[in-house]
Design a binder for this molecule. Structure first.
Ligand SMILES: CNC(=O)c1c(C)[nH]c(/C=C2\C(=O)Nc3ccc(Cl)cc32)c1C
Length: 272
């Protein structure tokens, strides 16, 4: 097992602390997420381990790479070791644009759209479909080349059980799809809804649905009224986002449908 030097805390993910680490053998900079499983029952523990094993199979340029895991039975903690993304998370970027009163370039939003769609394609179109379940700006990370990477894949299912661990930062579920509000089964179209919310927030610098409390938020989500993106953004982007925010999940486009958009085809040519 590799030895690591533990450096500063980088943030608090939805279910644990993220720390910067250095692998002693080759000085490689990585991160680990500390997840305390002490209060999990046996079923949840085995679900967590199998979930991490599935995620270790996910190798894609737009998915944060899982490198290894360490299980410390003494402290009932699992350390999930992953790649370091030098430019942090998208939530911090959005906060910066809001502070400066600036709008994100539309071309950057299409790049985000294409790269996260590629990440979701890798997971939705596998034999054993993997759903993210928690797409939001704090779970999109940016590498040294300003590439976008989706992080924290699939753990939400295991860690959102009734006896879930104490969440380190209980946020408001702004991106929850209507079917989740109604506690209906979760499928890939919920990830499409969350992708729509992510792109909306990247353009408007605010989520499509906001409220003072979770009950009022649920009412707004189920009403499904979405304001147009700020006028500087194209009708093509506005329509693409609206298509993902349709209340009827069957009417939302699949990832394959989204790749057929002209602007997404252009992105695909640039990416080659
Ligand atoms: C202030 N924190 C940061 O700028 C920051 C940096 C430079 N990196 C991160 C986070 C991650 C990072 O660099 N790699 C990651 C892999 C998985 C997850 Cl869940 C998070 C990360 C963060 C939050």
């Amino acid at each position: 097992m590799d030895a690591y030097e533990v450096l500063e805390k980088l943030g608090s993910g939805s279910f644990g602390t993220i720390r910067k680490i250095v692998r002693k053998s080759d000085k490689k900079v990585l991160v680990w997420k500390e997840i305390r499983y002490g209060r999990m029952n046996e079923k949840e523990k085995s679900m967590l381990v199998s979930e991490v094993n599935i995620l270790r199979e996910l190798k894609h340029p737009n998915i944060v790479r899982y490198k290894d895991r360490i299980i410390d039975r003494e402290s009932s903690t699992i350390y999930i070791i992953m790649e370091f993304c030098e430019n942090g998370d998208l939530a911090s970027v959005i906060r910066k644009y809001k502070r400066c009163g600036k709008r994100v370039e539309e071309s950057r939003i299409w790049t985000l759209f294409f790269q996260i769609a590629c990440a979701l394609h890798e997971c939705h179109c596998r034999k054993q479909k993997i759903l993210h379940r928690d797409i939001k700006p704090a779970n999109v990370f940016i590498d040294r080349n300003n590439g976008f990477k989706l992080g924290d894949f699939g753990l939400a299912r295991v860690l959102s059980t009734e006896t879930q661990l104490a969440k380190t930062n209980v946020g408001t579920p702004y991106y929850m799809a209507p079917e989740q509000v109604n506690e209906l089964p979760y499928n890939e179209k919920c990830d499409i809804w969350s992708l729509g919310c992510l792109l909306y927030e990247m353009a408007a610098l605010a989520p499509p649905f906001e409220a003072a409390n979770q009950l009022a938020l649920a009412v707004k989500i189920k009403a499904g009224r979405v304001s147009r993106l700020p006028e500087q953004y194209s009708e093509e982007l506005n329509q693409a986002v609206r298509s993902m925010l349709q209340l009827d999940s069957a009417k939302r486009p699949s990832i394959e449908d989204l790749f057929k958009l002209p602007k997404m085809q252009e992105q695909a040519e640039i990416a080659v």
